[in-house]
Design a protein around this ligand. Structure first.
Ligand SMILES: Cc1cc2nc3c(=O)[nH]c(=O)nc-3n(C[C@H](O)[C@H](O)[C@H](O)COP(=O)(O)OP(=O)(O)OC[C@H]3O[C@@H](n4cnc5c(N)ncnc54)[C@H](O)[C@@H]3O)c2cc1C
Length: 404
């Protein structure tokens, strides 16, 4: 009987295993995860879970019995240390060797951490990737303590929002000229800077961390502008590196993540990849999408392709972020945009920012504006681009833009 082995029991791995079964795959399925807990959703880790508003079990993508019911051999707390693509085997950390017919790498990514030379070895420095990171940080979230957040991307901003809501003093430093510079237009950065400042967060842009100070536990930070801060702990949100080590050691091609073709296949015909660890082609460019939507869609396409369906995977990017009472929803990818058009809603804080490349609509950032998010998403997926003047004109009936 065919045996599919999936390495990495996160969002993509769990989706792949479940899809194999729901599509009728009747071979053996083994899902191997290094973490102790069943596959779970990561987004609440920097939102409701960190705020203490969500129980751990609610993070789980499916109850643990699901895997046994579906005859998915779920092996938790188990790390794969080597792939032998010639003999089609993998080796676990306890030296057990398992054979596969098809192997899927859904190993996610590692958060970038600070080197010891800038104080990265001190206690009181937290990452934001795994459940264990959130659990380690939660006890530090005590009102009136001072936290330094390093990095003004979505993870750093979400951590800042949680800390501010819990009554901490929050300073966020972003080395680039503005927060969200890598992922969003200045108009979106402006929106979130205002939002955070209104909640008392001290955002410093164009300022990096020189080094963290302290003997064993971090007690301070020296910033690149010479400022010294007294802090109680620090959160590092400076991005992630795709987990490529297994692929590299098996001589599988890697290019900004494990290289996959339009079907999710790697350079080895029996090895596939999906989720944060995988790069894929989008409009002729090799990209890597760090989002739940991509992890699910790409993994499900891989499941069908392992079953011989010959399905081309075309990413339909979407993403969200929750900060305070603001829900940001993003549709599309803004890579290469030339112009941004703003549509303000009727209520304060309701806004959508529309990215164009010339006449082509690329992406929408919708803040507390689910209606325009859905309209934008449908337009982008249908490759339709309304005239920018229609977007900015308050009199435009946006829904009418969807009519053929
Ligand atoms: C704090 C946080 C907030 C986020 N918020 C959002 C959001 O609001 N919206 C959104 O769309 N996305 C969000 N994301 C991103 C989203 O969670 C990821 O894109 C998604 O989890 C990727 O799924 P994945 O399966 O590729 O990787 P992961 O979910 O990281 O799963 C990979 C798994 O593989 C395991 N693994 C790695 N190597 C091995 C090995 N050798 N052997 C065995 N197991 C291994 C890892 O332990 C891990 O459990 C957030 C991410 C984080 C960390």
């Amino acid at each position: 009987m065919a045996h599919v082995v999936i390495v990495g029991a996160g969002q993509a791995g769990a989706s792949l295993a479940a899809k194999l079964r729901s599509e009728g795959f009747d071979g053996d399925v083994t899902l191997i995860g290094a973490e102790k807990v069943p596959p779970y959703q990561r987004p609440p880790l920097s939102k409701a879970y960190l705020l203490g508003e969500m129980a751990e079990e609610r993070l789980y993508l499916r109850p643990e019995e699901f895997y046994a019911d579906q005859k998915i051999n779920l092996r938790l707390n188990t790390r794969v240390v080597a792939v032998d693509s010639q003999n089609k085997t993998i080796t676990l950390s306890d030296e057990e060797v398992i054979s596969y017919d098809d192997l899927a790498l859904t190993v996610g990514a590692h958060p970038r951490m600070l080197p010891a030379s800038v104080g990265g070895m001190l206690d009181g420095i937290y990452a934001m990737r795994d459940l264990s990171d959130a659990d380690a940080m939660a006890p530090a979230l005590v009102a009136n303590k001072h936290v330094l957040i390093i990095g003004g991307g979505y993870i750093g901003l979400e951590a800042a929002a949680v800390a501010a809501k819990r009554g901490l003093k929050v300073t966020l430093v972003e080395m680039a000229d503005r927060i969200l510079q890598r992922v969003a237009a200045p108009e979106t950065s402006d929106y979130f800077r205002e939002l955070h400042r209104a909640h008392g967060v001290d955002i410093r842009e164009g300022v990096g961390l020189d080094r963290l100070l302290g003997d064993d536990h971090v007690t301070g930070a020296l910033l690149t502008d010479g400022t010294e801060l007294e802090i109680d702990f620090a959160v590092v949100g400076v991005g992630i590196n795709p987990a490529t080590i297994l692929a590299e050691s098996a001589a599988i091609a890697v290019d900004n993540g494990i290289t996959t073709d339009s079907h999710g296949r790697t350079s080895d015909p029996h090895i596939w990849a999906a989720g944060d660890c995988a790069s894929c082609l989008f409009k002729g460019e090799r990209i890597r999408l760090e989002s739940v939507g991509n992890a699910i869609d790409q993994a499900e396409a891989v499941a069908r392709n392992i079953m011989g369906r010959d399905e081309k995977y075309t990413p339909k990017p979407w993403f969200w972020s929750d900060q305070y009472d603001c829900k940001l929803q993003i549709a599309g990818l803004n890579i290469g945009y030339t112009d941004v058009y703003i549509r303000k809603g009727d209520a304060p804080g309701v806004q959508s920012n529309w990215y164009y490349k010339g006449d082509e609509l690329l992406a929408v950032d919708a803040m507390n504006d689910p209606r325009n998010y859905m309209i934008g998403k449908r337009l982008i997926e249908a490759c339709r681009s309304p005239a920018p003047a229609a977007i900015t004109d308050p009199a435009t009936d946006m829904k009418a833009l969807l009519k053929p």
